[in-house]
Design a protein around this ligand. Structure first.
Ligand SMILES: [Zn+2]
Ligand SMILES: [Zn+2]
Length: 163
């Protein structure tokens, strides 16, 4: 169920109206940016965007993001607020992520999602109807593992004098 960027933007505006979030130029610029980006965006990237920067400062971006998150319009991805990334959480938008704990890189989880099967199962067996799910898998990306292997590589032939 792919939405166009325009539809996503309109959905976000409507959701804001329903949540009584005042439509301001900074809000519009943040929503427009998020509607145009599929992958979660960090707060600093948002604040550094030229169009957003023209309407408000970084503190305002943070306030807007917090408000949107509370209203369920925005999903925060990542462990720490310092490295939080934001993505619009429109209904039916399915996003599972792989998050590197070392460099905070976020990747789209590839392949078909195994959670859908679990959702069908809980519906069948427990009568629980799932609306959506959020999956975040934390670990180390390929590049970080590579770097680590190079810098902290221990000699394989270590002689142990004590046993
Ligand atoms: Zn990494
Ligand atoms: Zn999924």
């Amino acid at each position: 169920m792919a939405r166009s960027k325009k539809e996503l933007f309109d959905w976000a505006l409507t959701a804001c109206r329903e949540n009584r979030i005042k439509r301001t130029r900074p809000l519009e610029s943040v929503l427009r940016y998020l509607a145009q980006h599929d992958m979660p965006t960090s707060w600093s990237d948002l604040s550094e965007d030229r169009e957003i920067k023209a309407t408000c400062n970084a503190a305002t971006v943070f306030r807007i993001a917090t408000k949107l998150e509370r209203a369920g319009i925005l999903r925060r991805v990542g462990l720490h607020s310092r490295h939080s990334h934001y993505v619009l959480s429109a209904p039916g938008r399915h996003c599972d992520y792989l998050i590197c704990r070392n460099c905070d890189k976020i990747l789209d989880a590839p392949g078909s999602c195994p959670i859908h099967k679990i959702e069908e199962e809980v519906e069948r067996e427990l009568g629980f109807h799932a609306d959506f799910h959020e999956l975040e898998i934390y670990g180390q990306c390929r590049e970080c593992q590579h770097k680590k292997g190079r810098t902290s590589h221990k000699p394989t032939h270590e002689h142990h004098t004590h046993s």
